[in-house]
Design a protein around this ligand. Structure first.
Ligand code: PAF
Length: 294
C-alpha cells in the first residue's frame, strides 16, 4: 500500500495504475475507520482493480459550534486496517494541501442541501459537495462508495455528479450496524454507557416503521408517527421524516415510490442519524446497490 500526502504524488501514482484501462474505486473518509468503512473498502476491492482511500477531516463541513476539534482520529489504526483490506493507495493530505490560502470556490448543492440535516447544519452539504468534488477531481475514480446511513449525503453527491457531469458512478452500500443494531459511526465514541443504551431508540423506531410497512401500512405520516413513538428517550428529535429516497422531498401521502424514513436525534451531547429505505417494489434493493434510475 502506498501512502501519499500530496495531490501531485497521487496523480502520478494513479496515472500508472490507470494504464491498461484499470478500474479505480474510491472510498472517501474522515478517518477513525470502523466496520462500515471496511464494508465500503471490501466492495471497492471486489469490484475495482485498484482502491484508493482518503482520510481527510474536512473543516468546511463542520459548523462553528460543531465537533471539528474533537473529531476522533487514529491514523495508525486506519493505516493498518487499509493495509489489511488490500487498499492500494491511502491519501492523507494536510488541510493546506486541499484548501490553500486564498481558496474561495465552493459547490452549492441548492435546496437538497437545505432540508433535513441541512436545516440543522447550515453549510454542511456545501462543505461535503465541495470536498467530494475536489477529491473526485484529484482521484478521478470510476466508482465511489458511500454508506447508506448518510442518505442525504448520497443524494447531494448523486445530484452533483449529474448536474456537473462528473464521470463517476456512486455505489450506496447498506448501513453496517453494531450487534445491537446501532448504526456504526465514528461519533458513537462520544456516547457514554447510558447514552449508548438510549441511542438504540433510533433503531427501534426504524424497525417499528419497517414492520408496519411490511404489514401493509403505506401512509407516510402514520409510519413516521410509529417511529417517533420510540424516540421518547432521545433528548431531542430534530426530524423523523418520510422522504423520497432520491430527492429527499418530504412525503405525506401514500408511499408509491422508493422512500426513506430518516431520523436525526440528540442523545446526550451526540447527534445521531439513521434511516431505513422502504420500497413498495423491489427497487429498494436496486437503490442500495446502484444508481439513481433517472
Ligand atoms: O461521510 C464522510 O465521512 C464525509 O462526509 C466525506 C464524504 C468523507 C466528505 O468529507
Amino acid at each position: 500500500m502506498r501512502i501519499v500526502r500530496t495531490i501531485s504524488e497521487i496523480r502520478m501514482a494513479l496515472k500508472t495504475l490507470r494504464e491498461g484501462g484499470h478500474r479505480i474505486g474510491f472510498v472517501p473518509t474522515m478517518g477513525y475507520l470502523h466496520e462500515g468503512h471496511a464494508a465500503l473498502i471490501k466492495q471497492s476491492t471486489a469490484r475495482c482493480n485498484h482502491t484508493v482511500v482518503s482520510v481527510f477531516v474536512n473543516p468546511t463541513q463542520f459548523g462553528p459550534k460543531e465537533d471539528l476539534a474533537q473529531y476522533p482520529r487514529d491514523l495508525d489504526r486506519d493505516q493498518n486496517l487499509c493495509l489489511k483490506l488490500g487498499v492500494d493507495i491511502l491519501f492523507l493530505p494536510e488541510t493546506s494541501e486541499i484548501f490553500p490560502t486564498g481558496f474561495g470556490t465552493f459547490v452549492e448543492p441548492g435546496s437538497l442541501g437545505e432540508v433535513l440535516c441541512g436545516k440543522f447544519r447550515p453549510g454542511h452539504f456545501r462543505g461535503v459537495a465541495t470536498i467530494v468534488a475536489k477529491l473526485f477531481n484529484i482521484v478521478q475514480p470510476d466508482l465511489a462508495f458511500f454508506g447508506q446511513k448518510d442518505l442525504q449525503q448520497i443524494a447531494v453527491i448523486r445530484r452533483m455528479i449529474r448536474d456537473l457531469n462528473m464521470p463517476v458512478d456512486i455505489v450506496a452500500a447498506p448501513t453496517v450496524r453494531e450487534a445491537d443494531g446501532l448504526a456504526m459511526s465514528s461519533r458513537n465514541t462520544y456516547l457514554n454507557p447510558e447514552d449508548r443504551k438510549r441511542a438504540l431508540c433510533l433503531q427501534r423506531g426504524l424497525l417499528a416503521a419497517d414492520a408496519a410497512f411490511h404489514k401493509g401500512e403505506r401512509k407516510a405520516s402514520k409510519l413516521a408517527a410509529i417511529a417517533r413513538k420510540e424516540l421518547s428517550s432521545a433528548d431531542d428529535v430534530q426530524y423523523c421524516q418520510m422522504v423520497d429516497a432520491y430527492t429527499m422531498e418530504a412525503l405525506d401521502g401514500e408511499i408509491t415510490r422508493t422512500a426513506a424514513l430518516c431520523i436525526a436525534a440528540i442523545i446526550g451531547k451526540t447527534r445521531l442519524i439513521d434511516n431505513v429505505v422502504l420500497s413498495p417494489t423491489d427497487e429498494g434493493v436496486q437503490f442500495i446497490n446502484h444508481l439513481d434510475p433517472s
